[in-house]
Design a binder for this molecule. Sequence first.
Ligand code: FE
Length: 337
Amino acid sequence: MHLLRTLTRLAIAAALSAPLAAVAEVNVYSYRQPFLIEPIFNAFTAETGIEVNTVFAKKGLVERLKNEGRNSPADLLLTTDSGPLYQAVEQGLTQAVNSELLEGNIPAEFRDPEGHWFGLSTRARLIVTSKDRVEASAIQDYEDLAKEDFKSQICTRSGKHTYMVALNASIIAHHGIEQASDWLSGVKSNLARKPQGNDRGQVKAITQGECDIAIINSYYIGKMLADDEQKAWAESVNIIFPNQSNRGTHMNISGASLTAGAPNREEAIQLIEFMSSDTAQSIYAETNYEYPVKADVAWSDLVKSWGTFKTDELPLAEIARYRSDAVKLADKVGYDN
Ligand code: FE
């Protein structure tokens, strides 16, 4: 009887409050996959009561934002890489966020000084070499890849892919366009085959003896080790964190931008902030073998086993200035031909 009375009272309270309280929500366009993002969004909803609605896609989200213009329901763009973030900013699809919390959680090199994009996880651009055919100490720097000693030994994906563009832009930023051009044509002349496939495909090619050296993002090592077929690929290579005795290894980010017309601006900022929190950062670290962007969050045990290393601290925003030069350079040296 007592329980019934309580339930009735709750039902009346719910009926009274329902028409008044609009559901707090935030709409996300995500290039990041559900397996990674959903645990983070669920934790956010549990903590704040704010619902997260997500559109997942592998491509076309920046174009969709642009086409929808001011009518877009999207509040946040969530990307697997910095490239689409710059693209969205360039096209005027984002707005600045001013948040002391984000500035405290995310190192300056991994966010836009104007607040238009924020890195939420980082990854190293590694060199991997065949355990059987390349001496472990033979390559130390990205610059070594252009040496004549490595004729017909290197495999990479397209020079126009956003991961390669970012690395090549960083070479331009550090050495200037002339030297970068010599370097890239040196790498080109060391290629074992026409650039093709994705990062993991290059490691497979090493396993199969097609080439001896490749350039890949660090988390793919973890993903390959977790896959029955690909485990052998990862185990066939040594991992090199390049440029340890000088500027450090080139890093890239996954990240987020607040859209220009965000209908749920405050909730969206809360979500970006949550994604930089310890809870969300640990999920990134454990689920996707990435480096947390927040300094004091633990790496996963596997990632830890690859060792600590020095990172290139030149801000990504600086490197991004040279992206179009990097694309032109790939054309100039005929990298993909
Ligand atoms: Fe990737």
